[in-house]
Design a protein around this ligand. Structure first.
Ligand SMILES: O=C(CO)[C@@H](O)[C@H](O)[C@H](O)[C@H](O)COP(=O)(O)O
Ligand SMILES: [Zn+2]
Length: 187
């Protein structure tokens, strides 16, 4: 058991170090895109599956509620919470369209779309990004495993240098918090 704990911590630390070394510039660009979007009065739409759905909701909540600082509420929506919309779209059109259809109804030009997928290959996430791009939104990916097919559909794809879903997700929420920190510095 102790060996397991040691090795998971070690793995986490190594992935965090590699992420900082390789992706600092991209993370900075993503923060700027989100800051510019919020300054314009546009909104951020986020989605993903499983743990990434939880991450999308977590980040959206820090925008609409608050992160640390007392500031005005900022518009962000996780497209993973409306079970009526999700079940109807999945039932009528297929699961792979659950985010795409919500993006079609809710996104406007200038919004930022953040798709989270540790593999970079979840079709539901990719279709949501494609629709966002079609509508004139900036598309951002939080992925891993070399970025998968998300590379083609993101203006900026943060590809965590790991093949382990859990480690990738841990970096995603860290980056979500970094975005929130930079937002707090501006608003
Ligand atoms: O949280 C975890 C694993 O840590 C799982 O729920 C995981 O998110 C699910 O298997 C997802 O369906 C994986 O999808 P993706 O990250 O490849 O897009
Ligand atoms: Zn998990």
């Amino acid at each position: 058991m102790t060996e397991k704990i040691d090795s998971v911590f070690q793995d986490h630390i190594e992935v965090a170090q590699a992420t900082l070394a390789q992706l600092k510039g991209t993370i900075e660009k993503v923060c700027q895109v989100v800051i510019d979007c919020s300054k314009r009065g546009n909104k951020v739409l986020l989605f993903g599956n499983g743990g990434s759905a939880a991450d999308a909701q977590h980040i959206a909540a820090e925008f609409v509620g608050r992160f640390v600082k007392e500031r005005r509420s900022l518009p962000a929506i996780a497209l993973t919470t409306d079970t009526s919309a999700i079940t109807a779209i999945a039932n009528d059109y297929g699961y792979e369209r659950v985010f795409e259809r919500q993006v079609a109804g809710l996104a406007v030009k200038g919004d930022v779309i953040i798709g989270l997928s540790s593999s970079g290959n979840s079709l539901s996430v990719i279709n949501g990004l494609i629709k966002g791009r079609e509508l004139g939104c900036k598309t951002i990916g939080l992925s891993g495993q070399r970025g998968g097919n998300m590379n083609q559909h993101c203006d900026l794809n943060i590809v965590i240098p790991s093949n382990t879903t859990a480690r990738i997700q841990e970096m995603h929420i860290l980056i979500g918090h970094i975005i929130c920190e930079t937002i707090d510095d501006v608003f």
